[in-house]
Design a protein around this ligand. Structure first.
Ligand code: AHM
Ligand code: MG
Length: 358
């Protein structure tokens, strides 16, 4: 029983308060510079944090606010039904960046074409690519969702507003990360110097550094995939799934929101898969707004990301809303999935050689 005469030791509760490293200060520390680009990146991250706070605030009260939940009745460029929260969050990013002088355009999963900063607003040198609400089917049932973002430099002047220079590999990203709206709101980011997690302290309204230099385990127990698609997959993915069913040490976790599943794997190790299906060989996830930013982040943490045949960061999209299969997480887990795919294609090649000989 607690001794009521003894004062409670609360020192551990405030352990993090001793060194409240904020996001913008952390970016400058990471880049070890006060150059124009370092200042810009720090300001960009600060704006992303502001968008995240506005979205988090809406999400925490969504059940009490009129018009926060449910569908708008419209479909987006992908043909998916748009949720009110998708539209709200998409607009939040635009509003937060419009007057910032930091970006020249924003490209999102929810918009057919990039949003170009109007001429009467200050125009910056960067492009923000984002998925405003990832896993939006979780919104109406009060489960975790996320936002995903990446920053690229604009190349050329893009006068005709084609956004063609965005059709480059993920190596062009100069920063990427995600926000997880869970029991607490967390922002995890990288500017190419490791991966760092910040937790929103609602009493301060600030993201405070909670874990620095996160390293993903080389191997982990989790496999995260929608097994409802089992019979839609190609044989090697089915074989991999059969393998984890039959071997000890694996456990399934799938939340329906990529950010949550990746967050778990980043800390505990394992693999997330969204493979192609027979009907949709490219899978569901969009390269520029989901797969490439997360691939950048996971590689920075020491993990890897593959389409099954090449590194996700090497993929050059043919169009803005291009999709890719995604196998991402701990190095060894990803390599194991790839080995099933490689073995299958070797067998196919052997069969082809035999049939041409025969
Ligand atoms: P969204 O960005 O439109 O929400 O779609 C992406 C989401 C991911 O968060 C999640 O991993 C996946 O779609 C779930 O799809 P499925 O329901 O087919 O398993
Ligand atoms: Mg998404």
């Amino acid at each position: 029983m607690a001794d009521v005469d003894q004062p409670l030791d609360l020192s551990h509760e405030y352990a993090l308060d001793r060194d409240c490293t904020t996001l913008s200060r952390h970016v400058l520390q990471q880049l070890q510079s006060f150059s124009a680009e370092a200042q810009d990146l720090s300001a960009l991250m600060n704006r992303i944090a502001l968008a995240a706070k506005l979205i988090a605030r809406r999400l925490t009260r969504a059940g009490l606010v009129e018009d926060a939940l449910g569908f708008t009745g419209r479909t987006n460029v992908q043909g998916e039904s748009v949720k009110r929260m998708d539209e709200f969050a998409n607009q939040v990013f635009i509003s937060v960046f419009e007057q910032s002088g930091l970006v020249c355009r924003l490209a999102s999963e929810e918009m057919e074409n990039p949003y170009y900063i109007p001429e009467n607003c200050p125009i910056g040198r960067y492009t923000l690519l984002y998925d405003p609400i990832d896993g939006s089917s979780n919104v109406d049932i009060n489960l975790n969702v996320g936002s995903i973002f990446a920053i690229r430099r604009q190349e050329g002047n893009d006068l005709e507003q084609s956004g063609k220079d965005m059709l480059q590999s993920g190596h062009q990203q100069i920063a990427a990360g995600y926000v997880l709206y869970g029991p607490s709101t967390m922002l995890v980011y990288s500017v190419g110097r490791g991966v760092h997690a910040f937790t929103l302290d609602p009493s301060l309204g600030e993201f405070i550094l909670s874990t620095e230099n996160i390293r993903i385990p080389d191997h982990g127990p989790i496999y995260s995939v929608n097994e409802g698609n089992f019979w839609q997959w190609e044989e090697p993915i089915r074989d991999y799934t059969r393998y984890v069913h039959r071997h000890e040490g694996y456990t399934a976790r799938y939340s329906g929101a990529l950010v949550g599943d990746i967050h778990r794997i980043l800390f505990q190790g394992g693999v997330f898969l969204y493979p192609g299906t027979v009907k949709k060989p490219e899978g569901k996830l969009r390269l520029l707004y989901e797969s490439a930013p997360l691939a950048y982040l996971i590689e920075q943490a020491g993990g890897s990301a593959s389409t099954g045949s090449q590194a996700v960061l090497d993929v050059i999209p043919e169009k803005l809303h291009a999709r890719t299969p995604l196998i991402i997480g701990s190095k060894e887990n990803v390599a194991l999935v790839e080995s099933f795919i490689q073995e299958h294609s070797r067998e196919q090649q052997d069969r082809q050689i035999l049939s041409t000989k025969g």
